[in-house]
Design a binder for this molecule. Structure first.
Ligand code: MN
Ligand code: MN
Length: 277
């Protein structure tokens, strides 16, 4: 893939659904999100007025070279290469299993990480249908390996007894979709990483996911969470768009919108409220 090592923020596709448990298709998501991002139906301006089309602070690095036989290692390697010179990465999944190797690569350079995880699902299964690398498991792997000092989850609305035990065991802070907390009150400290599963959104806002879960957040609520983050992100992933379930492209447009505001957070950090100098 083409890599511009002088560019501090790189968007990379991680086109895999090898560890999806239900409906494959997330491997096609990076292409759909790029199409939506560049759609002539909208433009590349963020809500704070940055024109991403003309901004030199980020670049699209294409897709990572993936090796299905050692998928996690190939993701880790690709991300490590981008961040070893001080760059930051926004990864476009792909299913949510990609977050474990991305966080592993990120934590090697930036620790202790605080992770804000937006999802309908806690993704804390010890294993799912015999697969410890399943997209239902990444946060169990992250916590077992001590890759995060703190994980805060928002939007969770499918907790079962096993995942409740896992959350307690690992000290994961779980907030449901009822009574979404104000981000400013969470005390999130840098280095701050965002993992955004699109099924945190209500299916009325984002139907194009493998596991639509009613009762979710609106696109506006998730945009506000991103815009209210107290620090520039050290990295982020945007996962679980399934183009097979997105015939109108609405979910891809929502993903592109969220991507723009994630980039705005990372580029426009000097304007963030409460930023430590
Ligand atoms: Mn999910
Ligand atoms: Mn997830």
């Amino acid at each position: 893939m083409a890599t511009n090592t002088t560019t501090p923020i790189t968007v990379v596709g991680v086109p895999t659904d090898l560890n999806s448990s239900f409906i494959p298709g997330a491997a096609l998501a990076p292409t759909s999100i790029r199409e939506a991002l560049h759609s002539p139906s909208t433009n590349l301006s963020t809500e704070r007025g940055i024109d991403l089309g003309a901004h030199p602070g980020w670049a699209d690095g294409g897709d990572l070279d993936l090796d299905d036989a050692s998928l996690g290692a190939s993701i880790d390697r690709g991300v490590s290469r981008l961040i070893e010179t001080g760059g930051r990465v926004v990864a476009l999944g792909g299913d949510h299993s990609i977050t474990f190797p991305i966080v592993r690569a990120t934590a090697r350079r930036h620790a202790p990480l605080t992770i804000l995880h937006l999802d309908a699902h806690a993704d804390l299964y010890d294993e799912f249908e015999g697969n410890r690398e399943s997209h239902a498991c990444p946060f169990a792997r992250i916590m077992e390996d001590g890759l995060a000092g703190r994980v805060v989850q928002i939007g969770i609305r499918t907790m079962n007894a096993h995942q409740r035990r896992q959350a307690e065991r690992f000290g994961v802070e779980v907030h449901g979709a009822r009574g979404v907390p104000a981000v400013a009150g969470l005390g999130l400290e840098p280095p701050l990483y965002l993992s955004l599963d699109l099924d945190v959104l209500d299916p009325s806002c984002a139907p194009g996911v493998a596991h639509p879960e009613p009762g979710g957040l609106t696109t506006r609520e998730v945009l506000s969470i991103i815009q209210d983050l107290p620090h520039p992100l050290i990295g982020a992933d945007l996962v679980e768009l399934n183009p097979h379930r997105d015939p109108d492209g609405l979910t891809a447009m929502a993903a592109a919108k969220l991507l723009k505001e994630i980039l705005a957070n990372m580029i426009d950090s000097h304007n963030l409220p409460g930023r430590k100098q």
